[in-house]
Design a protein around this ligand. Structure first.
Ligand SMILES: [Zn+2]
Length: 449
């Protein structure tokens, strides 16, 4: 693989990928195979968001139908270790707790009764399940250096009566710290450095940042083409001034729309490059390219890992060389074929990618064509303004899109066979077919749909 990388030394020492397993989790054998591809792309760290695929012991209701066995998790960890890939587990601790707070046992711990995302920090025993989950993960993840406890997007923080009172007296940052500090201290007491997402801290003042910076690293995330249009460099430099150790998070997929099937190639590689340049300049701890599988647990899945292998391997290349290759598409093709020749399976990528592209095209066209059909004046009440020819054509176009969504969803299923469990392949296809089928049924009023 030497010829594929230009530099003798990497631009960034910790070059990571985020495996978000809460959507389209790889089959057990594919989960193990992926590590070979990461290794070939010189990725030496993997941030694993196990969520509902972890073999939870104390709270088995957190497992989904295809959760991995303990043996697979152990094999994955051992193989990563043997390849020199550092594993950082991620367990959410405050917001994005949909998988936990939707379960009967934990429902009473929500900040707002009908919001399944956020935990109330002041409810009796609300921290306990988080500590239990962390302990459960620690039982399999031996000798780890870092543990990510999420902590992002706690949008409803300070909403319940008790929390409102607390915030009035002490401020929002104090409430956040009240909940998170003991968790960070527990992780620290295990000889492990915790990491949290940075977004809840962006408006904090230096004294509060100093407090949190002592007990955790911060991971600054921004997935925009220009990352600093979303998080300013001044904010990151404020964190550094307060003594915080900073990681950067780019995105190789899952950041171009909640409902897309392929990543935006240019956005992804430029986002990665900008972070790598900044990480090198500011001596950040590492850069992790996130790969979101759903925008949250209760949303439909976004683009698959297998349709995003190009931006995945390029993230490794950019983090190593500190630059984008002259012709990134050619580099990707050559690199993936070279992997395939060396026994690292990548030959399904083109099929996954092209089915995803077609699916996305026809999905979007269906909604555009429905809009076009609805623009016929007689549909909205002007019965005398009817051109039957145009109406018929517009209707035909809508039906053509529906037909192609069905067709390419099937292609997508075929391309992902044995890479993702059958159940999740089917659900992905349905997540694309059903919205189109429903809108067509509603607008065109065809009973046969
Ligand atoms: Zn509360």
């Amino acid at each position: 693989m030497k010829d594929f990388f230009l530099k003798d030394k990497p631009a960034v020492s910790i070059r990571g990928i985020h495996l978000d397993l809460k959507g389209l989790p790889p089959t057990p054998s594919r989960l193990l195979e992926i590590l070979d591809l990461l290794n070939a792309a010189r990725i030496n760290c993997v941030l694993v968001e196990w969520e509902d695929v972890y073999p939870w012991r104390k709270y088995p209701e957190l497992k989904n139908q295809t959760a991995y066995s303990l043996a697979i998790v152990r094999k994955f960890l051992k193989k990563a270790h043997d390849l020199g890939i550092e594993v950082i587990p991620l367990v959410q601790s405050f917001g994005h707790l949909e998988n936990v707070l939707s379960k009967k046992r934990f429902k009473h711990l929500r900040e707002i009764p009908d919001n399944v995302s956020d935990l109330c920090p002041l409810k009796n025993g609300s921290r306990q399940p988080i500590l239990d989950m962390i302990k459960d993960v620690l039982l399999t993840h031996e000798n780890i250096r870092y543990f990510h406890i999420g902590g992002d997007e706690v949008w409803s923080l300070g909403s319940c009566e008790k929390c409102k009172d607390f915030v009035e007296k002490h401020g929002k940052a104090a409430l956040y710290l009240y909940h998170i500090e003991p968790i960070l201290e527990f992780v620290g007491s295990q000889g492990i450095r915790p990491i949290v997402w940075d977004d809840m801290m962006r408006k904090w003042d230096i004294p509060e940042l100093k407090k949190i910076g002592k007990i955790t690293d911060l991971m600054c995330w921004s997935y925009a083409k220009d990352p600093f249009s979303f998080i300013s460099q001044q904010t990151i430099e404020k964190f550094i001034k307060a003594g915080c150790t900073i990681w950067a998070a780019s995105a190789f997929k899952g950041a171009d729309g909640a409902y897309v099937d392929i990543p935006d190639f240019q956005n992804r590689i430029i986002n990665m490059l900008e972070w790598v340049k900044y990480a090198k300049k500011m001596k950040l701890k590492g850069v992790i390219a996130t790969g979101w599988s759903r925008y949250n647990t209760f949303m439909n899945p976004c683009e698959s890992l297998e349709s995003s292998l190009d931006t995945l391997v390029l993230s490794g290349k950019i983090a190593w060389d500190g630059e984008i290759p002259d012709n990134p598409s050619v580099w990707v093709n050559n690199f993936l074929s070279h992997c395939q020749k060396n026994g690292i399976r990548t030959d399904h990528f083109q099929n996954c990618r092209s089915a995803s592209e077609q699916l996305q095209f026809w999905f979007n066209s269906a909604f555009n064509r429905v809009k076009n059909y609805l623009q016929q004046a007689h549909i909205t009440g002007e019965e005398d303004r009817i051109n039957p020819f145009r109406t018929k054509e517009a209707r035909k176009a809508v039906l053509e899109s529906l037909k192609n969504v069905n067709k390419f969803a099937k292609e997508w299923e075929k391309a992902h066979k044995n890479l993702v469990p059958h159940l999740w392949i089917k659900k992905y296809a349905l997540s694309r077919i059903e919205p189109v089928r429903k809108i067509v049924q509603c607008v065109i009023k065809q009973p046969e749909f």
